[in-house]
Design a protein around this ligand. Structure first.
Ligand code: F0G
Length: 483
């Protein structure tokens, strides 16, 4: 955000946009909220949006579009093959990343599917700074394994490390020595490392990985879904880049990657995805799978209207006013929660505010899912839907035992340009009440557990009757008719 002069008030994030289309939201009475979450199997993914007050499940496909994006949708050229819309998008993506080739796909995981199908064989290992759920699932579906090479600091929930997403080069080298280059199809870099709290990777680390990969003859794949946040943090936190313009930074990141893929549900505030590629060899390796799994090469499963919105949205990512809004709101939210003593991930990252559920609920065993439990409790007391990012989001170990996540977080995503400071003030107040009453909260257990990506559609039940007791305390404190 630009430097804004202030007379009396302390620094606060100021929106450099105004709302011209709004959507009404409802806050249900607590009895109905309890019923809704229990009917949803205590899984916030299974709630109906009409029962949600503030939808902080994700920033995926829920960011506000700009007036320019909406306007662009009306010039979409509807054609199965060769639409002008596609060529506009191809030009934008290649201009933005400084690449030569573009392959469209309907969303980020579709790119991961194509990538894994093309390059991952049984026994392969993919080193990365940190995994993402769908990335890991696609690699495992093809018989591969993920090896994370994160800094020890990355999983410390309270830290001063400004780039927790950096690659630990010693761990990376050790993995490659251990499994041998023949079993390493590529090294993956994730920008804005999602599962540890939207934490950025520095340009210094990106360059180091790239130089190392070149020397070893390995190639680098970058997941740029969270590029907007990472770009903001490079400019805000890496002093050499303070005065470098955003396009130059994006191209420097891209120059370190052989294949870039992204979810345009995040990058570009639309709904879609794709690959930006510099070398034709990689384009040729993957292109046949686009018509097979996604749609013809000139739409890849996306609607042309969304493609137009994406072209505009991607270019808007270069505007610091746009990309600073999320991280600066999250940082303000973090400060408000810290004043209440609520344990959160620090430094605050991008995409959302992350609460440390293990510390919030030290009496809940990892096997009873502290983050899953906290996400349901937050919904019961506030109508706000967050997302579990902990053990439930992990896959079980091959022997069936629980894979206990290194961090147990509840993510309260802040889709870009959607919520206001009063929404955040409301939620801070509810979280402060919940924190004071946290001893009332109990565990959860699976009642239906899918084998793959169980967090999406699995169902859980409360252990005991803690949810009813939490509701009773809320009613006792605020009265029968308080929402
Ligand atoms: N990579 C990263 C880093 C992501 O955060 C996501 C999605 C994907 C890939 C997959 O993209 O959803 O378009 O298929 N993250 C969403 C989230 C789902 O809620 O964080 P997708």
């Amino acid at each position: 955000m630009s430097h804004i002069a202030r007379f009396k008030v302390a620094p606060f994030p100021l929106e450099m946009h105004k709302a011209r289309i709004v959507q009404k939201i409802n806050l249900l009475p607590i009895k109905e909220r309890l019923k809704a979450i229990q009917e949803a199997g205590n899984n916030t993914f299974l709630l109906r949006n009409r029962d949600v007050f503030l939808d902080m499940l994700t920033d995926s496909g829920t960011n506000a579009m700009s007036n320019e994006q909406i306007a662009a949708m009306s010039i979409a050229d509807d054609a199965y093959a060769g639409s002008e819309t596609f060529y506009r998008l191809e030009n934008t993506v290649n201009h933005f990343f400084g690449t030569k080739f573009f392959l469209p796909a309907h969303q980020g995981r579709a790119c991961e599917h194509i990538l894994a199908k093309t390059y991952v064989k049984p026994g392969d290992v993919i080193p990365m700074n940190y995994h993402f759920t769908t990335t890991k699932a696609h690699i495992m579906e093809c018989g591969g394994l993920v090896e994370e090479c994160f800094l020890d600091e990355a999983v410390k929930t309270t830290s001063n490390c400004l780039f927790k997403g950096d690659m630990d080069m010693d761990k990376l080298k050790a993995i490659i020595n251990k499994v041998g280059k023949d079993h390493i199809p590529f090294i993956r870099i994730e920008l804005g490392t999602n599962l540890i709290g939207g934490q950025p990777i520095s340009m210094r680390s990106i360059k180091e990985v790239s130089a190392f990969a070149k020397k070893e003859g390995l190639f680098v794949v970058t997941d740029a879904s969270l590029l907007a946040d990472n770009l903001y943090f490079i400019k805000a936190r890496e002093k050499e880049y303070k005065d470098v313009d955003t396009l130059t930074i994006v191209r420097e990141i891209a120059a370190c990657s052989d294949i870039i893929y992204f979810s345009a549900r995040k990058l570009g505030c639309a709904r879609g995805g794709g690959f930006a590629i510099r070398d034709k060899r990689f384009f040729d390796d993957m292109k046949a799978l686009v018509p097979l799994f996604e749609g013809f090469l000139t739409y890849g499963g996306m609607s042309v209207r969304e493609m137009e919105a994406m072209s505009v949205g991607i270019m808007e990512t270069l505007d610091m006013d746009m990309i600073s809004q999320g991280p600066e709101f999250i940082s303000e939210f973090a400060t408000m929660l810290q004043k209440e003593g609520i344990p959160i991930v620090t430094p605050a990252g991008g995409l959302g505010l992350h609460i440390n559920a293990r510390e919030f609920l030290p009496h809940i065993k990892d096997e009873e899912y502290p983050a899953g439990v906290l996400a349901t409790a937050i919904y019961i007391v506030s109508g706000v839907r967050g997302m579990e990012r902990g053990t439930i989001s992990e896959a079980r170990n091959p022997d069936g035992s629980e894979h206990i996540a290194s961090v147990e977080l509840v993510r309260l995503a802040l889709p870009r340009r959607v919520f206001t400071l009063s929404h955040i003030t409301f939620l801070t107040d509810r979280l402060a009440w919940l924190y004071k009453n946290r001893d009332l909260i109990g565990g959860l257990k699976f009642t239906e557990e899918p084998k793959v990506l169980r967090f999406f559609i699995g169902r859980l039940g409360e252990i005991g009757d803690w949810q009813e007791r939490l509701m009773a305390k809320f009613i006792e404190d605020f009265g029968e008719d308080a929402l």
